[in-house]
Design a binder for this molecule. Sequence first.
Ligand code: 5GP
Length: 123
Amino acid sequence: MSYTYDDQNIFAKILRSEIPNKTVLETEHTLAFHDIYPQAPIHVLVIPKGPYVCYDHFCQEASDAEILDFNRTFGKVCEMVGVKDGGFRTIANAGENAIQEVPHLHFHILGGRNLGRMLAKAE
Ligand code: 5GP
């Protein structure tokens, strides 16, 4: 399956500086910023700058440099926002079943409180 990227999604607009964001860390290929509706005391999003819909898309089509940068940045952000001691959860929703709202790959980093069990019951 191939993915089609919609460059009008909200994170594409953030990357083009059309919408402001509270940046945690920016590198050549990656941007990390605070979620606008935090669901935990720490809630940061890490996104590649390239046009990837979801993690699967990124893993298939991103360059080695992008993949390395994304992962190293993820690690640095965890250090910067202080989630390592208490623990944290990473979520990367993809597609309909996961109710992905923004069709640009993003890793949520959630921490700062007990996050409960992994999955809520389906509605
Ligand atoms: P998803 O459901 O796609 O995994 O998560 C999308 C996330 O993007 C949500 O947690 C939502 O709060 C966040 N979000 C949506 N619009 C904006 C925005 O304009 N700025 C920021 N910083 N986060 C946003």
